[in-house]
Ligand binder design. Structure first.
Ligand SMILES: NC(=O)c1ccc[n+]([C@@H]2O[C@H](COP(=O)([O-])OP(=O)(O)OC[C@H]3O[C@@H](n4cnc5c(N)ncnc54)[C@H](OP(=O)(O)O)[C@@H]3O)[C@@H](O)[C@H]2O)c1
Length: 342
């Protein structure tokens, strides 16, 4: 089969298509003939060598849609061990769900991992209640654009999206956000408070860290919560006061990298909360995982949640797709159309 193989860490150019043997399914696994897989920000970090525990050579990719060999059913799977950038994957049955007829493969891939993350951040960690205000960083991104739509669908108000360019902010407003802000605004905390009606934001979903997370904390209302999903390595490096982690802790990367110095005294003084969310803690709860997938598929079928496909590249173009995400040049979901040759 064809697969994108990572033999050494490096830039996007190290991602090369090779012919390798199909994986052998272990107990509780099934082979899937892949139609679409997706690029996630974490894939870029794995490719660059940020996760030293990754055994090389490796095939990246934590999600795939396609047809299960045993019964031909159309399914989408989370691949905790990677392997998605390939024509065939061996997927854990426990992490696989059937795709309803009303949902196409592109929607299914975008909804399962990134939509599930948005759901977990808003509801499981963030405990969102209808009528609360929500702000989302990287709101035009894969997770972010679904978090914005989901917040709207769940009755949050106002919904505030952060994005780095005017074009992205326009996109975020098109998703239903009431306000779109520039994360580089030096007055971001004040802007967040003002956008939320003066008192502050009830729930800030952050995947950027550093100065954005600090502004998010400062912009919270009493009883407000910040949920951390991840951070950019360079924000971590630049932020020497950094403390707690989410995806870094989750991935085993530098446990000190990441977010923002925060004392328990500050939590008490401001009556605020801080939580993290990692999708990995959902996948082993089959009922929860299926419940989330059902809810997301239902909202998508109702037209209240839609994966915006930024691009669908071929396997040889996986490196170019990584470069585009790293350059912050994408909006919504980046897919790899595994069967397309050119
Ligand atoms: N905890 C979990 O279970 C989980 C699961 C999936 C993803 N995540 C995390 O969620 C975040 C988003 O992932 P994604 O795959 O959906 O990626 P993405 O949001 O599509 O892409 C990353 C976005 O982050 C923003 N960004 C800010 N600083 C950046 C920088 N220095 N370099 C590149 N981008 C920067 C950019 O938006 P602007 O240009 O608008 O700032 C960019 O578009 C990541 O931190 C990822 O690790 C967590």
């Amino acid at each position: 089969m064809r697969a994108v193989v990572l033999r050494r860490p490096g830039g996007p150019e190290v991602l090369r298509v090779e012919r390798i043997p199909e994986p052998l399914p272990g107990p509780g696994e099934s082979l899937i003939d892949v139609t679409l897989t997706g690029v996630n920000f974490d894939d870029l970090e794995q490719r660059a060598g940020a996760h030293p525990q990754l055994r090389l050579p490796a095939v990246l990719g934590v999600e795939a849609a396609g047809h299960r060999r045993t019964d031909g059913r159309r399914v989408v799977a989370l691949l905790r061990q990677g392997g998605g950038y390939a024509e065939v994957v061996a997927a854990r049955d426990a992490y696989t769900v059937e795709i309803p007829a009303s949902i196409d493969d592109a929607q299914a891939v975008g909804l399962f991992e990134q939509g599930g993350t948005a759901y977990g951040a808003l509801l499981l960690a963030g405990r969102l209640r209808a009528g609360e205000s929500v702000a989302v960083s990287a709101a035009a991104g894969g997770v972010g654009h679904l978090a914005v739509q989901l917040a709207v669908a769940l009755g949050a108000s106002p919904v505030i999206g952060l994005a780095s360019t005017a074009a992205k902010r326009q996109f975020v407003k098109g998703l239903g956000a009431d306000v779109a802000l520039d994360p580089a605004d030096p007055e971001l905390a004040g802007q967040l408070r003002e956008a939320a009606g003066g008192a502050g934001v009830d729930l800030f979903v952050d995947s950027v860290g550093g100065a954005v997370a600090r502004a998010g904390l400062a912009g919270l209302a009493p009883f407000g919560r910040l949920v951390c999903l991840g951070w950019r390595p360079e924000t971590a490096a630049a932020d020497t006061s950094a403390v707690a982690g989410s995806s870094a802790a989750a991935s085993g990367a530098d446990a000190d990298a990441g977010v923002v110095a925060l004392t328990t005294a500050q939590l008490a003084r401001d009556s605020i909360g801080c939580a993290g969310f990692w999708m990995r803690h959902v996948v082993d709860h089959r009922e929860l995982l299926c419940g989330i997938a059902d809810r997301l598929f239902e909202l998508a079928a109702q037209g209240r949640l839609a994966v915006h496909v930024d691009r669908a590249v071929t396997l040889p173009e996986a490196g170019a797709a990584h470069a585009a995400v790293a350059a912050r040049a994408t909006r919504g979901k980046v897919l790899i159309d595994v069967r397309r040759e050119v």
